[in-house]
Design a protein around this ligand. Structure first.
Ligand code: HEM
Length: 238
């Protein structure tokens, strides 16, 4: 059992035979395991609860899309820089990019001239600052933020996409952010993405740094959702 101590936080596997070296748990599994708790806090944040319960107006949802515009335009600007990085480049998948979809959505949801009216919340400013610090020239930092956003959009994000149609009757422009048709099957893509995480040339120390940055990425998202929850009082559905 001593091996277990060497790999704190790695999930134990049934196939572990006494005295045998611990089979190497794929990094994608370790990363998912390490973010389970913070993911639940994001999922059950005040803003997400109010949105999923249908307690917000469409304007209340639009506030989230506005903050996403600042976050995705920066993340995708970093993706352009990462195309020349040997380790980061395989993760740059244009079909994932959301900035153009958000431009179409905000034209419908926030109206013409929306660019002049939207402002980042304090938490969004910190998030964008962090992306500028770590996502342009550190492949691990880029992937930590890339994973947190895009794998989330391909999973739980789809729940929000369906909610826009069910609660507000919004499909097409307004809900383009959730349309990943160009990517093909989301679950097949998630499998492909996990294989990229497992194949990347990172050692144990780099894995730890990436897990810490992913945890931080989730916390930054929760802070944005909390800023919106505070503001959402004015967007309560009647
Ligand atoms: C509306 C609230 C949310 C719901 C309903 C939700 C639901 C889910 C579900 C069902 C999965 C798949 C779980 C699995 O395969 O183990 C998932 C995965 C994921 N979610 Fe969420 N989620 C929500 C919010 C968030 C937020 C706010 C973030 C990030 C900021 C996020 C990031 C992720 C990530 C990165 C994964 C992929 C985990 C992996 O496969 O490695 N989710 N989510």
């Amino acid at each position: 059992m001593t091996d277990q101590a060497v790999h704190p936080g790695r999930p134990e596997t049934e196939s572990q035979a006494p005295g045998q070296p611990l089979p190497q748990t794929p990094f994608s599994q370790v990363l998912r395991h390490s973010t389970r708790e913070v993911h639940d806090r994001a999922h059950h944040s005040r803003y997400m609860n109010a949105l999923l319960d249908g307690r917000l107006t469409l304007e209340g949802y639009t506030k989230l899309a506005e903050q996403y515009y600042f976050i995705y335009s920066t993340l995708e600007d970093a993706a352009d820089a990462m195309t020349s990085d040997e380790v980061g480049a395989p993760f740059v998948v244009p079909e994932l990019h959301r900035t153009q979809a958000l431009v179409v959505d905000l034209e419908r949801l926030a109206g013409p001239g929306w660019r002049d009216r939207i402002t980042p919340t304090p938490a969004t400013r910190s998030y964008v600052e962090r992306l500028r610090e770590v996502a342009y020239d550190w492949a691990g930092g880029f992937v930590a933020h890339h994973y947190t956003r895009y794998l989330g959009d391909l999973a739980g994000g789809q729940v929000v996409g369906k909610l826009l149609e069910r609660t507000y009757g919004v499909t097409g422009p307004g809900a383009r952010f959730y349309d990943f048709a160009a990517l093909g099957s989301p679950s097949a893509f998630r499998t492909r993405y996990r294989a990229l995480l497992d194949a990347a040339p990172w050692d144990e120390a780099e894995h730890e740094r990436i897990m810490a940055e992913t945890q931080h990425a989730f916390e930054l998202n929760i802070a944005v959702l909390d800023d919106l929850a505070d503001a959402a009082e004015t967007h309560r559905a009647a």
